[in-house]
Design a protein around this ligand. Sequence first.
Ligand code: TMP
Length: 236
Amino acid sequence: MEKGQLLYQGKAKELFQTEQPDLIWVEYLNQATALNGAKKDQIKGKGELNNQITSLIFQRLDEKGIRSHFVEQISETEQIIQAVDIIPLEVVVRNIAAGSFSKRLAIPEGTPVKFPIVEFYFKNDELDDPMIIEDHIKVLDIATDEEITTLKTMALAVDEVLSELFDEIGILLVDFKLEFGRTRDGSILLADEISPDTCRLWDKATNEHLDKDIYRRDLGDLIPVYQEVLNRLKGE
Ligand code: TMP
């Protein structure tokens, strides 16, 4: 397969055309950002860790019947994915209170929530990705009622599979963010990445952060922590 023209320059990934219109070449970058891009750094090794972690997770989800855009990992930092139109929503699932949920509702971090919560945020840099409700999603024609139901069902299915996967390796899946896309025939696929950049992962024994909060909160070097997550996923 040939790497063609740059299609999209993201904060953490670049997407390139291939000679097959339905397949995209993704390169994971070493860039870390937080606060909607206001904090930005190059962190050597981050791209390959997130590529490997995401690839393993999408493979595991596929085995459990959850379809994503993932096709194959082709190098340390690269994947081939199926082309989709990204739905401009961040779908967040929460099992334990943390981050913006704790802040917004004054619920101490670490408090278990009664049942997994699904939240929607509008992917819009100018507006700073505001939380939106289902009626907003419909009024703005971002997704239909039926699609919203599919997004919630898929997000909760991912939560079930990943909570179990991480539990097996001594990690608490606190919360995470998903993105979805539409294929040409209109079906919805899980898309983007699932990595310590997009999940809150706490060590079950020590409650230590094994995720991007290390970077967001200036708690130290994130590379050994992401490596630890990868090692555990690989059973090493
Ligand atoms: P939050 O507590 O800041 O709303 O984040 C919830 C989860 O979503 C957390 O695991 C981090 C992830 N997330 C992203 O991956 N990208 C984002 O832009 C935001 C705001 C959160």
